[in-house]
Design a protein around this ligand. Structure first.
Ligand code: HEC
Length: 335
């Protein structure tokens, strides 16, 4: 057996990313010549490494290598994990404030060779797993960036055992969220879902195309999947998980919103924001244990097709359009 795999999960978690970036750090060490979030119309611009192709990094995404689970209960758990993996509300502290999700580093469940976070990364595609910048809990003060592992690569190459019987992944991910990233305690279903999601990533499930277009279609599909998971959780009375799932959905809508800031897109953006407020209202309903929460999510899902059509019709005028994105990047990142 590979010795590296026997490293206890807790120890590895201890070496993990210790919280995420101070807002001021973003300004102090711009990855790409940007001086503040205000300079970046798209947040993700802040962590595209110099030398990487920002248009490729921001206009497309790696495809996801997700095995379909035959067991319906497991499939539902994987969907919970999938949405949590993409949620900005999962991580706390500086990471949460910076809008970082698991998927920021493990894009599409893979790695991210273009990633460079000032003060956290060394070479592009790495992150410091031993600094204390990110966490109030952990940190050894040594600068030691490690390559972001491809979670969809061969399991034998990964350090934490994914054998369900060993139950090593669950505590590892829990430590990651609550200690490294200062996040709030996740619900048991979210914690289990993340482990089940990571286990379901497999090189055998990779689509033929390594990358796909990042745009309204992909992000609205993610939004709907997260809300389907939310509805299921609400149905069984798990409000905490349902609220987290809506958080995942709203995070995906946020990635659309930031690309529709131009005045010519004001109407589409206003409709998107109204839709987001309806999701916030559904979260409040869940929080208050009101019985209408499930109906609100269902109504949102039905109405989402019209919203998607409206957004898609305006997509070529948004920063999802590669040419507009290139022009925007060029304006902000001279040279
Ligand atoms: C800022 C970038 C970043 C974020 C955000 C991030 N990771 Fe990672 N992840 C890494 C790096 C770097 C490593 C490698 C750590 C090492 O080698 O010690 C890693 C390792 C892992 C591993 C262990 C892989 C192995 O070798 O067994 C898992 C599982 C994982 N991450 C899942 C997650 C989940 C789930 C989240 C969200 C809760 C997350 N990561 C958020 C960068 C990140």
């Amino acid at each position: 057996m590979d010795r590296r795999r026997r490293r206890p999960a807790t120890e590895l978690a201890g070496l993990f990313l210790c919280g995420l970036v101070l807002a001021s750090t973003v300004g102090a060490f711009p990855a790409h010549g940007l001086t503040s979030l205000g300079d970046a119309p798209i947040r993700g611009m802040l962590w595209v490494a110099k030398g990487a192709d920002p248009v490729r990094a921001l206009a497309s995404a790696p495809t996801e290598c997700l095995r379909r689970a035959a067991d319906p209960a497991l499939a539902a758990s994987v969907e919970i994990g999938r949405a949590a993996f993409r949620s900005t509300t999962l991580l706390g502290g500086q990471a949460g404030r910076a809008g970082i999700t698991c998927e920021t580093c493990h894009r599409g469940g893979r790695s991210n060779p273009d990633f460079l976070f000032p003060g956290v990364s060394g070479a592009p595609g790495t992150a410091d797993v031993t600094s204390s910048l990110f966490s109030s809990h952990r940190g050894n003060g040594v600068v030691d960036p490690k390559p972001i592992p491809d979670l969809s690569g061969p399991k034998a190459r990964l350090k934490v055992s994914q054998a369900p019987a060993e139950q090593a992944l669950e505590p590892f991910i829990h430590g990651l969220i609550t200690e490294e990233f200062d996040g709030p305690e996740p619900s048991p279903a979210v914690r289990q879902g993340l482990a089940d999601y990571v286990r379901a990533l497999s090189p055998a499930a990779c689509p033929a195309k390594p990358r796909e277009r990042l745009g309204v279609t992909l992000l609205m599909a993610d939004t709907r999947r997260a809300l389907t998971a939310a509805r299921r959780s609400a149905d069984i009375g798990d409000s905490a998980t349902a609220i987290a799932m809506i958080g995942g959905a709203r995070s995906r809508l946020g990635l659309i919103d930031e690309r529709y800031a131009a005045p010519r897109l004001a109407r589409a953006r206003a409709d998107l924001r109204a839709a987001d407020r309806r999701l916030a209202a559904a979260q409040t309903a869940l929080h208050d244990h009101r019985p209408d929460a499930t109906a609100q999510i269902a109504a949102w899902l039905t109405a989402s097709r019209a919203l998607e059509a409206e957004l898609a019709a305006r997509q070529s005028a948004s920063l999802f359009d590669p040419a507009r994105l290139a022009a925007s990047v060029k304006r902000r990142l001279p040279g």
